[in-house]
Design a binder for this molecule. Structure first.
Ligand code: ZN
Length: 115
């Protein structure tokens, strides 16, 4: 469309520039919000990648778990969750008999008896 000459050209240009200025502010605001969201998304991705790595390592430890090492029972929770050795000891006689307890994490494992 050709520029109309019967309108005040300065007035038209001022209206158009004003609208462009509004759009600039709108998109600047949008750009700032996208940058904030992008930083959050990158942090979330890093968190998920660390979670995947940790889960993969724990799964592999669970797969390689051996219940007895050097004639002592090993706690699967300590080994799988933390990669640490937790020795189990037999609970004394009483209501908690037939149980093994971890010295490190305190988890108790009840053992079924044949009686
Ligand atoms: Zn343990």
């Amino acid at each position: 469309m050709a520029v109309k000459t019967d309108l005040n050209m300065d007035g038209v240009q001022a209206v158009l520039r004003k609208r462009a200025g509004e759009l600039e502010k709108e998109f600047l605001s949008r750009l700032q919000q996208y940058r904030i969201d992008l930083v959050k998304a990158r942090e979330q991705i890093m968190f998920l990648e660390k979670g995947c790595d940790a889960a993969q390592s724990a799964m592999e430890r669970a797969r390689s778990y051996v219940p007895v090492i050097a004639r002592e029972y090993e706690c699967p929770n300590c080994f799988v969750r933390m990669g640490l050795s937790g020795k189990l000891f037999e609970s004394p006689e009483g209501p908690s008999a037939n149980a093994m307890t971890c010295r490190k994490c305190g988890t108790r494992f009840h053992v079924e008896t044949d009686e």
